[in-house]
Design a protein around this ligand. Structure first.
Ligand SMILES: *[C@@H]1O[C@H](CO)[C@@H](O)[C@H](O)[C@H]1NC(C)=O
Ligand SMILES: *[C@@H]1O[C@H](CO)[C@@H](O)[C@H](O)[C@H]1NC(C)=O
Length: 433
C-alpha cells in the first residue's frame, strides 16, 4: 500500500513538473477576461505564431507517467455539420463556478426502437484499430427498468484491463467528434464511448472509422433542468456498467473538448483515489432554496448539496447510482419545479451515502464568471494557445493528496466553429492529432 502511494506520488511529482513547464502565469487569466475581443484576437495571432515557432513538450505528461502508446494511425472522419442554435432558456440563477446547465433538446417524440451498440465489452484487441462493426449492434426495445436492473446486477469490480467510459450527453450531433477521434486514436481497449442524444437524431451517418460509430444508446427526450436529464445520465451509466471492463465513468457534452492527451487523461482518472464530483452546500435561492420539504426524511435540508453536472465516477459508485432505489425516486417525485435535479441529485446522494468518495471538484472547466443561467460559450477567435495553456495549468488543486496544476482535463462550452483551432493546436499543445 505504502509502495503504491509512493509510486503514485513520484508519478505525480513528475506529472506536475511536466505540466508546470507548460503553465502560464495566472495574470493571463485576468488578461483573457478583461481585454476586449479585438485585442484577444490579435493576441491569438501572436500566440499562434509563437507556438508554431517554438518547441513544445506536449507529450511529456503521458511520458512522465511511464506510459507508452502507439502513435495514431487511423483515418479521420470529415468534420460534422454546424449545429443548430440552441432554443431560448428559462431564467435561472446559478452560483459562479458551477456548471450544470445544459440547454433543452428540441422537442421530439420518444423513439423506442433505436439501433444501438449494446454495452457489450468490445473485445480487447491489440491491433489498435476497431474493424467496422466490432461493437455488437442489436435492436432492442428501450426499457429503462430492465436495463437498470441488469446494470445494477453487474459486477462491482473491474474485469480485465480497466477502461474509461466516455458518456456523451448530447442535444443533437457531436460537432467536436473529429477532435475526439484524434484523441482516442491508438488507444483501443482502454476506453469505450456511449452517446445519448435526441431520440429523433439519425446516427446512421456516423463514419465507420469513428469511435462514435454504433455507440448511440436508446435515448429519450431530455429537458433542460428537468429530472429527465438525470434519467439520461443513469441510462448512460447503466449501459456502460454492462461492459465489465469499464472502471471510470465520465459525463461529457457535445461542447466538451479534451485538454490533454489520452494517456494523461487515462492515468489521471484510473489512478485517482477520489471521484471527481463537485459538491458544496450553498445557502440561498439557488442552493438550499431548491430543496423540497417533501424529500424528508430521505433527504434533509442540511444534506442538500449542489455541484456541476459533469461528473466522473468509479465503477462501484456508478453501480451505486444506478442501483439507487431510495433517493432517486424521491428526487423524481419532488425535485420538479425550480429544482434542477442534474445539479443536486449526485452531490446529495454521494454526500449522504459515500461522503468521503468525492474530490468535490469537477475535471471539466467552465466559465461562470459573467454570471447568469448559462456558462460562457467560446467561439473560434477565443481559442488561443495562451488560453489553452492556462486551461491546462493555470489553476492549483489537490490530486491524490498532492498539490497539482493539472486540475481540468476537459473544458466547455466550445462552439462548433472552434473545432479547426483545436485540431490545429492539439498536436503541439496537447500531444495528439
Ligand atoms: C437515417 O439516415 C440514413 C442515411 O444516412 C437513411 O438511409 C435512413 O433511412 C435514415 N433513417 C431514418 C429513420 O430516418
Ligand atoms: C497507476 O499507478 C500505478 C502505481 O501506483 C502504476 O503502476 C500504474 O501504471 C498507474 N496506471 C496508470 C494508468 O498510470
Amino acid at each position: 500500500m505504502s509502495t503504491k502511494n509512493q509510486k503514485q506520488q513520484q508519478q505525480h511529482v513528475a506529472l506536475q513538473m511536466a505540466v508546470a513547464a507548460m503553465a502560464t502565469p495566472c495574470t493571463i487569466k485576468l488578461l483573457l477576461f478583461a481585454i476586449p475581443l479585438a485585442i484577444g484576437f490579435a493576441l491569438g495571432i501572436v500566440a499562434t505564431l509563437s507556438l508554431v515557432s517554438s518547441t513544445t513538450s506536449s507529450a511529456l505528461p503521458g511520458a512522465a507517467l511511464g506510459l507508452f502508446f502507439p502513435p495514431p494511425t487511423a483515418k479521420l472522419p470529415s468534420s460534422s455539420p454546424v449545429r443548430a442554435r440552441q432554443p431560448s432558456q428559462p431564467v435561472l440563477q446559478v452560483a459562479p463556478a458551477v456548471d450544470a446547465r445544459s440547454p433543452p433538446a428540441p422537442d421530439a417524440g420518444i423513439s423506442t426502437a433505436y439501433v444501438h451498440a449494446a454495452a457489450v465489452a468490445v473485445p480487447e484487441s491489440s491491433e489498435g484499430e476497431r474493424p467496422a462493426g466490432a461493437a455488437s449492434i442489436k435492436k432492442e426495445e428501450d426499457d429503462d427498468e430492465e436495463l437498470i436492473s441488469r446494470a445494477a446486477a453487474a459486477p462491482r469490480s473491474v474485469v480485465g484491463a480497466p477502461k474509461v467510459a466516455f458518456l456523451f450527453l448530447a442535444k443533437w450531433d457531436l460537432p467536436m467528434a473529429p477532435l475526439w477521434d484524434k484523441f482516442f486514436q491508438g488507444h483501443r481497449g482502454l476506453f469505450s464511448v456511449y452517446v445519448h442524444t435526441n431520440p429523433a437524431f439519425n446516427a446512421s451517418a456516423t463514419d465507420q472509422q469513428s469511435a462514435f460509430y454504433g455507440r448511440h444508446i436508446p435515448s429519450k427526450e431530455v429537458r433542460w433542468g428537468h429530472i429527465s436529464m438525470v434519467e439520461a445520465e443513469r441510462r448512460l451509466l447503466a449501459h456502460a456498467l454492462l461492459d465489465h471492463s469499464n472502471a471510470r465513468f465520465l459525463l461529457l457534452s457535445e461542447s466538451h473538448v479534451p485538454l490533454f492527451d489520452f494517456p494523461t487523461v487515462y492515468s489521471y482518472l484510473v489512478n485517482s483515489t477520489k471521484v471527481f464530483v463537485e459538491s458544496y452546500d450553498e445557502l440561498g435561492g439557488t442552493g438550499r432554496g431548491r430543496y423540497k420539504r417533501g424529500m424528508a426524511p430521505a433527504v434533509a435540508a442540511w444534506q442538500w448539496r449542489k455541484g456541476s453536472q459533469w461528473f466522473e465516477l468509479d465503477r462501484a459508485l456508478a453501480a451505486a447510482v444506478v442501483a439507487d432505489a431510495v433517493y432517486f425516486p424521491v428526487f423524481r417525485r419532488h425535485c420538479t419545479r425550480n429544482c434542477y435535479a442534474d445539479e443536486h441529485y449526485l452531490p446529495t446522494f454521494l454526500h449522504i451515502r459515500h461522503r468521503e468518495a468525492a474530490a468535490k471538484r469537477s475535471v471539466t472547466w467552465v466559465d461562470w464568471s459573467h454570471g447568469g443561467p448559462h456558462p460562457s460559450r467560446f467561439t473560434r477567435m477565443e481559442v488561443t494557445v495562451d488560453f489553452l495553456r492556462w486551461l491546462r495549468g493555470g489553476t492549483t488543486c489537490e490530486y491524490n493528496g498532492r498539490t497539482t496544476t493539472v486540475c481540468f482535463l476537459f473544458a466547455r462550452k466550445f462552439l462548433p466553429n472552434s473545432l479547426t483551432r483545436f485540431l490545429r493546436f492539439a498536436p503541439k499543445l496537447m500531444g495528439f492529432g
